[in-house]
Design a binder for this molecule. Structure first.
Ligand code: SF4
Length: 216
């Protein structure tokens, strides 16, 4: 099903809003949601969007929320999310209802849109502030998807190739814990046409890994 199912139709637990009570993960999520470290540097009040659970085994790490996600408060409620779910082989309900799937971008707040189009880069501060504590509260993680060039450069450091295409093409170098993906944005439709090996080779591997996680 596509994203015409409103996020508001999901209950608070499915939206990831409902505290589960007292764990390290609950504490770090509460602190992230209260974070205003970038106040004054963003063109709007920060609204951190993160959605992970103690059961999370598949972590999707994009670069930062876009405008529509900033408004919905729920990750990937946009056409990029529809394409990502297609790559994963999961439908809209499963994506939000199955707590084995989590989403924590490199930065949790929408950075704003540049005058020439495209969003500003994610603020580096966010990962430095929050990532180690958040990851240490997710002991069941098996696979992290690095979605887009920013998150790959940030997470892989010197292990990233010289560009996003080469990093994605070298996916075997990072398996089995990490899988780099292109961003599923419509802006990458031409890239997908030009690089059919991605959907021929990597998407089937990704779907199998996701199916294994969701059936065990
Ligand atoms: S982007 Fe990250 S560091 Fe900045 S206000 Fe949002 S949660 Fe805090």
């Amino acid at each position: 099903m596509s994203s015409d199912v409103s996020p508001k139709s999901l209950g608070p637990r499915l939206r990831g809003d409902e505290p589960e009570g007292g764990s390290d993960l609950d504490d770090v999520l509460a602190d992230i949601r209260a974070c205003r470290a970038c106040l004054g540097e963003l063109p709007h009040t920060p609204r951190p969007v993160v959605r992970v659970f103690s059961e999370t085994r598949l972590l999707i790490c994009g670069q930062a929320p876009g405008r529509r996600v900033h408004e919905s408060g729920l990750p990937f409620t946009d056409p990029s999310g529809d394409r990502l779910r297609q790559w994963l082989g999961v439908d809209y309900e499963t994506f939000y209802a199955d707590h084995r799937i989590g989403v924590a971008a490199q930065a949790f707040c929408y950075p704003g849109t540049a005058p020439k189009g495209g969003d500003y880069p994610p603020p580096r501060r966010c990962a430095e502030l929050w990532r180690p504590r958040l990851i240490s509260a997710l002991p069941r993680m098996e696979l992290t998807l690095l979605v887009g060039g920013y998150s790959q450069i940030w997470a892989l450091g010197e292990k990233a190739k010289s560009n996003m295409t080469d990093t994605v093409r070298s996916w075997r170098d990072y398996a089995p814990d990490i899988l780099p993906l292109p961003h599923p944005s419509w802006r990458n439709t031409a890239w997908l046409r030009k690089n059919p090996w991605f959907e021929d080779e990597i998407v089937p591997y990704l779907r199998q890994r996701v199916a294994d996680i969701l059936t065990s």
